[in-house]
Design a binder for this molecule. Structure first.
Ligand SMILES: Cc1cc2nc3c(=O)[nH]c(=O)nc-3n(C[C@H](O)[C@H](O)[C@H](O)COP(=O)(O)OP(=O)(O)OC[C@H]3O[C@@H](n4cnc5c(N)ncnc54)[C@H](O)[C@@H]3O)c2cc1C
Length: 503
């Protein structure tokens, strides 16, 4: 592929969370160097879900010039310290995957959990969560933060309001917005690059580079460029979701809840003004009517919307960047929302792209670098999600029995074996999820390592107990001094609108 012409204008196709989040980062960082135009169609609308996030969103907000308090007020956001997994190890089990580091910074030789495993064996250790600020605060529904001492947190937000909020910021920064439906994507017959977009009203939108944020269909990356899709549904077979909003009947908790159901799982995302609920399931095991029935039997509070069905195929575009087109958001592929990673992938994707922005034209080397970095990270996230399904004792329905028997990628099989046999946790450079995350989920799902580092064995009881007691006491003291999550929100970022219906 020869180098294309310099990139002076970027066209973003699609104005969902992905489109506007991309526009926010680009306009803040490169708005003085390039022109940006976004095309969206009110007639088509947005997917309307995607309300739980992970901590790197805070870094992206700094990159995109988003003020935290203003954003939280405008999107009725709450804080998120992790996810409570109910029924995943077995039907009665509960564990938290928090965003915190478990234990204190380890020595170069061994991680905290080896000490904890040893102490537990000797009857000296409490539950793992007591050694993690974020997990302890979650159980107690407490929240406060200081820039110095944590906790590590993310947000629950209203997806509809978020896109509107970002749009306001972007337009104020000079991003041009075009309302219209893209009907045709014209390619250059010489090099196959995208030349321009034809809208339904007959007008044309032209740029040097295109960002495809058109949702599942991937109008540019797939519809026009035929990039190809790697289907991962043999590893992650859920393929449908039903989403419904309800009026809040209790104070918002600082975590997402994920509860297993007979052929999938249900999410609960507490906002200030309402609760987002939904169920992810596999149509081979459950039809849409059964899913609706099971979801509605397990929600609390008045329904504010009719359950909305969504269909998807888990997987990823073979290339996220192809010619003069970058796919972000649902257009780039989809991993189910079990660990709330999709919005993160938009934000890390556009951040990486800005770092290697093709000012002088698209090159094969830049494209390859971007694609291989994204792919590696995506595969690691995929493995982390599969772990939740594979390592389970739930066997009361065909769906869960089949999960225990299903094949898994070699990369995940290796991680599981390593932990089971040695207590070691692989930490690869491309890993979004760090050791504490793998630890909480592997133990939470029921893996018990057969061994751990002998450095821990050499520690006398009093030293081991003293270290754990100090840690636990410090964390308990910090959590005691925190207000309730609700009280903190009321002071820090009360919603600018309490209308539950304005989603
Ligand atoms: C069930 C479910 C739950 C999810 N939960 C989470 C979560 O908790 N956390 C998380 O991080 N992510 C989650 N996600 C993913 C998240 O919703 C998406 O990553 C995010 O909303 C971005 O979507 P999008 O902007 O790519 O697509 P969409 O919201 O579908 O937006 C597509 C845009 O393209 C426009 N468009 C499409 N076709 C045309 C056309 N022909 N002409 C003009 N415009 C067009 C549409 O009008 C729209 O503006 C979830 C996804 C699903 C399906």
């Amino acid at each position: 592929m020869k180098q294309s012409k310099p990139v002076q204008k970027v066209v973003i196709a699609g104005g969902g969370t992905a489109g506007w989040a991309v526009a926010a980062g680009l306009s803040k960082q490169l708005g003085h160097l390039i022109d940006i135009e976004l095309v969206e169609s009110a007639e088509i609308g947005t997917v309307g879900v995607g309300e739980a996030t992970i901590p790197p969103m805070r870094s992206y907000h700094r990159i995109a010039g988003i003020d935290e308090q203003e954003f939280m007020r405008e999107t009725s956001a709450t804080f998120k310290l992790g996810i409570l997994f109910k029924g995943w190890r077995d039907k009665q089990s509960e564990y938290i995957h928090s965003f915190g580091e478990v234990g204190k910074a380890s020595t170069w030789l061994t991680h905290f959990h080896h000490l904890w495993l040893e102490a537990r064996e000797r009857g000296l250790a409490g539950p793992l969560d007591r050694y993690c600020l974020e997990a302890t605060a979650s159980w107690e529904h407490k929240f406060a933060f200081s820039e110095r001492g944590g906790p590590n947190f993310a947000y629950h937000l209203d997806a509809g309001r978020y896109a509107q909020f970002l749009r306001g910021k972007c337009e104020a920064r000079g991003v041009k917005r075009r309302e219209g439906m893209i009907e045709q994507v014209e390619l250059d017959p010489d090099d196959g690059f995208i030349r321009r977009l034809h809208l339904k009203d007959g007008s044309l939108v032209e740029g040097d580079f295109y960002i495809d944020c058109t949702g599942f269909k991937g109008l540019l990356i797939e519809g026009a460029l035929k990039t190809g899709y790697d289907d991962w549904s043999h590893w992650l077979p859920t393929n449908r979701a039903l989403a419904v909003q309800t009026r809040a009947v209790s104070d918002p908790v600082p975590y997402t809840v994920s509860t297993t159901r007979s052929a999938g799982w249900q999410w609960r995302i507490p906002l200030q003004h309402r609760v987002g609920n939904g169920m992810v399931y596999c149509s081979d095991y459950m039809d849409d009517d059964q899913a609706r029935e099971e979801l509605l039997a397990n929600i609390e509070g008045e329904m504010l919307s009719e359950p909305r069905p969504i269909r998807y195929t888990t997987g990823a575009r073979r290339k996220q960047w192809n010619k003069n087109c970058l796919a972000l958001g649902l257009a780039s592929g989809f991993l189910e929302p079990l660990e709330s990673t999709s919005i993160y992938l938009v934000m890390i994707g556009i951040s990486r792209f800005m770092q290697m922005f093709p000012f002088d034209g698209v090159t094969e080397s830049a494209m390859e670098q971007y694609n291989s970095t994204c792919r590696l990270e995506l595969e690691r996230i995929r493995d982390f999600i599969i772990l939740h399904y594979k390592v389970t004792n739930r066997s009361d329905t065909p769906f869960w029995r089949d999960r225990q028997q299903q094949a898994i990628p070699d990369t995940l099989a290796h991680r599981l074996k390593l932990f089971e046999e040695t207590g070691q946790i692989e930490q690869a450079e491309a890993d979004l999820f760090q050791i504490s995350s793998w630890l909480q989920v592997m133990l939470g799902q029921g893996i018990e390592p057969r061994s751990h580092h002998h450095l821990a064995r050499a520690m006398p009881d009093d030293k081991l107990r003293g270290m754990l007691d100090d840690l636990e006491t410090n964390i308990a003291r910090m959590v005691d001094s925190m207000p309730s999550h609700k009280a903190f929100i009321e002071k820090f970022c009360p919603s600018s609108s309490n209308n539950a219906h304005s989603a």
